[in-house]
Design a protein around this ligand. Structure first.
Ligand SMILES: *Cc1c(COP(=O)(O)O)cnc(C)c1O
Length: 534
């Protein structure tokens, strides 16, 4: 199995290269050259596997078993997976909770940082480490290959990336966050990690400044070559791959609990930002996991919802956002995006599968790549592009999309908190609430069975959750109860731990930095990486 670019061309890379490189040379994203087939009888033979075993089976479809092919020996892969998920508090990794008669919640936040990104980043950290170790075997100490991972975060990704890469050999990680603009819990989750290879940079600016600095670093070829920058953002193929697994796991869990249910009627609802989580669901569907449809739940940053309604993908200001910056801030910040980076992968399949003319696969793949390249170029220059009616129809065959406002998000948190269950009240975080809201809008009748993916623990979004469920007159009491019963002990203790981070401010910039504030912040960031990297 090799990987090709969504924008065509001759480049073919191994799994190992796809993991390290992130982006293809022509700016495209890596996709597998074909969708593999599941083994005959998988529905029976995989039914009782543990999460780790199931993960091993699914990943083995996409990762060849030898180093020569840029893959991983089967026993090594098993060990990597086992170690990656041993950090989870729940042995099921992704347990399925029964919330109402017809609604099930797939809880993806039982990892170290209480957010779904742990599922991908715990594995990615171990994959990086494994490949580097293999490349460095027999090399002298001063000749060892290293990477410097650099990323920007508004909160969640940074903590999950740090948890995935802390103390890994031959890897340094630099995470930029906007100074004093991440929540107390998020700040603690990043800056209380004191491993030597972890570097938190608190930038005097916004999240966008952080992201622009990271982009400038990756665009600086000299700097990039010297420090071997690595990316952990959601376009990394290994992240998508690891997320396919829990759709299989959810399928088997529900099938066991509801043996009489026709699994082909089940809807999967996914709170969506960069389209990584739901794209993994699309791969699961293509591989053969029975389901009716995937539902992309968005907040008011609704480019995806508009695409499914109209067939046009268009960057657009929403009513709340300022003119210079299109993204509007919502109660579900991890989904506040202007465009969804992984959507490009779906576009390739839409173009590829509606091509009725090409006679052979190689030709069809190239044509799809050329079309995606053209669409992405239109998006860049004109801010929009449209797909053909056939592509739009095909997209609507596998997906629908619904949008939730902040008001609806709060109402939804309240609604599910009020439902009486045997296990007690069910409190969801604002991202998961966007999902439940879409689920309500998508349910065709009172028997529609839905699996809603829950992407964060409610404790991570204390203020929004309290604003939704607490009576303002009793707020101090509600805060006390929340801190006592909702905040997990792991997070509670964290706020008191010692912290380490480096401020990135204009005053400390080197003399030769450029004139603007951005130049100065960028130059200072480079200086810090130079001082603290290998
Ligand atoms: C990242 C994230 C999402 C969005 O996932 P995508 O793969 O980017 O669509 C949703 N909820 C939470 C809590 C997240 O951290």
């Amino acid at each position: 199995m090799q990987y090709i670019s969504t924008r065509g061309g001759d480049e073919r890379v191994t799994f190992e290269e796809a993991v390290f490189r992130g982006l293809a040379q022509n700016g495209g994203l890596f996709i597998p050259e074909r969708i593999p087939s599941l083994p005959e009888g998988w529905e029976k033979s995989w039914a009782t596997l543990s999460y780790v075993e199931l993960c091993h089976r699914v990943l083995s479809l996409f990762i060849p078993p030898t180093a020569e092919e840029g893959g991983i020996a089967s026993a090594d892969l098993y060990e990597i997976i086992d170690r990656s998920y041993s950090t989870f508090r729940d042995p099921q990794v992704a347990p399925l909770t029964h919330v109402t008669e017809r609604e099930w919640c797939l809880e993806l936040w039982h990892g170290p940082t209480f957010a779904f990104k742990d599922i991908a980043l715990q594995l990615l950290g171990n994959l990086f480490e494994y490949f580097l170790k293999r490349r460095n075997e027999g090399r002298a100490e001063n000749d060892k290959e290293t990477i410097t991972v650099v990323g920007a975060t508004s909160g969640d990704t940074g903590s999950a990336a740090i948890a995935g890469l802390r103390s890994k050999e031959h890897i340094q990680i630099f995470i930029l966050h906007p100074y004093r603009r991440v929540s107390a819990v998020q700040n603690a989750q990043m800056t209380t990690v004191l491993d030597e290879n972890v570097h938190n940079l608190a930038v005097d600016g916004t999240f966008d400044d952080c992201q622009d600095i990271v982009k400038a670093l990756f665009g600086d070829k000299t700097f990039n070559d010297k420090y071997k920058l690595g990316a952990v953002n959601s376009i990394n193929w290994a992240r998508i791959l690891s997320q396919i697994v829990y759709y299989f796991y959810a399928f088997f869990t529900l099938k066991e609990k509801e043996p009489a249910l026709d699994m082909r009627t089940v809807q999967y609802v996914v709170p969506t930002g960069n389209f990584g989580d739901i794209l993994a669901g699309y791969y699961a569907k293509r591989l053969g996991v029975p389901m009716e449809i995937l539902i992309a739940a968005t907040n008011s940053n609704d480019i995806l919802q508009r695409f499914w309604a109209t067939g046009r993908y268009e960057k657009r200001a929403t009513h709340q956002s300022s003119s210079s910056q299109f993204v509007s801030e919502t109660l579900s910040p991890a989904m506040d995006i202007l465009v969804s980076s992984n959507f490009e992968r779906l576009l390739w399949y839409l173009a590829h599968d509606t091509d009725m003319e090409s006679s052979d696969e190689a030709h069809r793949a190239q044509k799809a790549g050329a079309q995606v390249a053209s669409s992405m170029s239109k998006l860049k220059t004109k801010g929009a592009f449209s797909v053909s009616p056939e592509e739009h129809k095909l997209a609507r065959h596998d997906f629908v999309s619904f949008r939730a406002s902040d008001e609806e998000t709060k109402e939804t948190i309240r609604k599910y908190y009020a439902i009486k269950r045997d296990e007690g009240k069910y409190l969801v975080d604002p991202h998961t609430a966007v999902g439940f809201n879409a689920a309500n809008k998508a349910a065709v009748h009172e028997h529609t069975t839905q699996i809603i993916l829950s992407t964060a623990h409610p404790a991570k979004f204390r203020e929004s959750v309290l604003a939704a469920v607490a009576d303002p007159r009793d707020l101090p009491l509600a805060e006390n109860l929340f801190d006592q019963y909702v905040i997990p002990p792991e997070l509670r203790g964290m706020l008191e731990l010692p912290r380490r981070f480096t401020r990135v401010c204009v005053a400390d910039a080197p003399q030769n930095a450029g004139p603007t504030q951005f130049d100065k912040l960028l130059a200072r960031t480079k200086q810090i990486i130079e001082e603290q990297s290998f």
